[in-house]
Design a protein around this ligand. Structure first.
Ligand code: SF4
Length: 371
């Protein structure tokens, strides 16, 4: 009962609400629904986060919103500037109940995520998280050591983009790319992730092009199949990282549930738009998955698919893997290219500010990486 009373008096959180939800919410206040559409545009398209700044609303409504609603952007706790111009944000969110699932999960489940802003010629790329921690347990990923802390809300997901854009307002390039490649498996937080993506892709909201927003999955087949049925969806990238099941089982235990053959079958059925290719990411771990034979197997797996491969040489760090030799990277690339698989070598940005996925959150929470 007491909790109900408190909920009733809490301001309504507007960040993350869709166009329809904001219209309905405004109507529920007894205000015209189109005022909800105006707030939607103000938050996501104009990045006005104070009701006082929404001067197209009547003064009395602005005052009412101050009392009855909130727009809570993720708070920036720390910023790390890289020599290459990237900025990594550490964003503490509301903590989760103490019931985590991960290895060595602490009693206190602080939910801290990261977003990274990466400027380059004519555009910026913003990498965001969809979960605090992650349950998928990829062996090369520091986020995995946290276990799943909790799913983010749609507002917390879209809020990371808004925070990064706002904080770099003075130097924004015309184009913005967003990659859902930070902490978490987006397809295991499907509804909130897609609610955020719809806001990112709505021309009346953040207004990004679908070709500039990429969702990266470890290969959750039911999620891929669900995404395939969406009218509005981002591009899809699949984190492959191995060329046979034994190799993939060892570094991505999720492969036991969704093995390579089934995963690639789902990928082959995925309905690509005319301009679209699937992306396969392949983190090259020295001596683990970077042999010429692995490259030949990967080329066979991907033969005939409308796909490209991003090879990502491993950054040495806290986990017990080593970088691939430069010659191994080149040989891997050459073998795929020779088999007509489009292939690119990508080096992760901001290496001097802990670029490996999840590294900052792990350092901040004082947890030790797996030995
Ligand atoms: S690589 Fe991605 S899916 Fe795998 S454990 Fe890390 S955050 Fe989760």
């Amino acid at each position: 009962m007491g909790a109900d009373v408190r909920l009733d008096t809490m301001p309504a959180e507007l960040l993350g609400k869709s166009h329809t939800e904001l219209r309905e919410w405004m109507a529920s206040l007894g205000e015209p629904a189109y005022r909800g559409a105006q707030v939607y545009h103000a938050i996501y398209a104009e990045r006005r986060f104070a009701f006082a700044a929404m001067t197209n609303l009547p003064a009395a409504l602005r005052e009412r919103l101050e009392r009855e609603a909130a727009i809570t952007l993720p708070r920036i706790a720390r910023k790390y500037h890289s020599a290459d111009g990237s900025v990594r944000y550490l964003l503490p969110l509301e903590a989760a109940p103490a019931e985590g699932t991960g290895r060595g999960a602490p009693a206190e489940r602080s939910a801290t995520v990261e977003a990274v802003f990466m400027p380059s010629e004519g555009r910026q790329t913003i990498c965001i998280s969809t979960q605090a921690g992650c349950a998928v347990d990829c062996k090369f990923c520091l986020t995995a050591t946290l276990g799943l802390v909790r799913n983010l809300t749609a507002g917390e997901i879209v809020g990371q983009v808004l925070v990064a854009l706002e904080d770099n307002r003075e130097r924004l390039a015309p184009r913005t790319n967003v990659v859902l490649m930070g902490q978490g498996e987006p397809l295991l937080n499907y509804d909130a992730t897609m609610a955020a993506v719809r806001i990112l892709l709505d021309p009346n909201a953040v207004g990004l092009a679908a070709r500039h927003v990429t969702l990266s999955t470890s290969g959750i087949i039911p999620g891929i199949e669900r995404l395939a049925r969406e009218k509005i969806r981002p591009k899809l990238a699949v984190s492959l990282n191995a060329s046979n099941d034994a190799e993939r089982d060892a570094i991505m235990p999720i492969n036991r549930k969704y093995p390579i053959a089934a995963l690639l079958e789902a990928c082959r059925k995925y309905p690509l738009r005319p301009w679209e290719r699937l992306t396969f990411e392949y983190v090259l771990l020295g001596g683990v998955n970077d042999s010429a034979e692995a490259a030949r197997r990967a080329a066979r797996l991907l033969a005939g698919m409308r796909a490209k491969v991003n090879l990502i040489p491993w950054n040495p760090g806290e986990l017990p893997y080593r970088s691939p030799a430069a010659e191994a990277v080149e040989e891997f690339r050459r073998i795929l290219a020779q088999k007509d698989v489009p292939v690119f070598v990508r080096y992760s940005r901001g290496q001097d500010i802990f670029a490996a996925c999840g590294q900052l959150a792990v350092i901040e929470t004082g947890m030790e990486a797996r030995a």
